[in-house]
Design a protein around this ligand. Sequence first.
Ligand SMILES: CC(C)(COP(=O)(O)OP(=O)(O)OC[C@H]1O[C@@H](n2cnc3c(N)ncnc32)[C@H](O)[C@@H]1OP(=O)(O)O)[C@@H](O)C(=O)NCCC(=O)NCCS
Length: 146
Amino acid sequence: MLQIKIIEAIETYPIRLEILRKNIPLPYKFEGDLDSETFHLGVSKNNELIAVSSYMNVKNKNFEGNQYQLRGMATLKNYRGFGAGKLMLQEAFSMLKGFGIDYLWCNARIVAVDFYKKQGFQTYGDEFEIPIVGKHYIMFKKISND
Ligand SMILES: CC(C)(COP(=O)(O)OP(=O)(O)OC[C@H]1O[C@@H](n2cnc3c(N)ncnc32)[C@H](O)[C@@H]1OP(=O)(O)O)[C@@H](O)C(=O)NCCC(=O)NCCS
């Protein structure tokens, strides 16, 4: 059974390194990781952490209102497709709603765009390149009801 919990920034680092930074010489510690408004979610299976994601109070100029940025979404290869990513996003949507947040946005890798669409995100604007990492879309999900 999958268990979701709030974790510390430091607990996200091994999975970030393995999944998001393999052959990518960019920092695995993000600016804002330790901010008081940042939170990190993890999913474990049989007490092993298998998925992580981070949520930061960062604005994107393309959106109005209160915003959070999703960063570092990753599930270990052997555990993909079991609902860990979805579980973290559902939990984040509910927490962010409670905080009065209007939009959750992210820079989505092309390979993850359809995953985010399934969870209700939409793309915004044109595809763009993040050096070394590759092509991305800005994606967003409206959290508030109005
Ligand atoms: C993208 C990622 C986080 C998805 O995590 P996951 O735990 O496998 O996702 P889930 O099992 O919760 O999937 C939820 C749904 O999305 C689907 N899905 C998962 N990854 C998908 C993908 N890349 N493309 C399309 N659909 C996808 C699943 O099949 C599932 O569909 P269902 O609800 O109809 O059964 C994972 O594939 C990953 O770590 N990828 C590599 C790192 C990465 O690209 N991160 C995103 C950076 S922006």
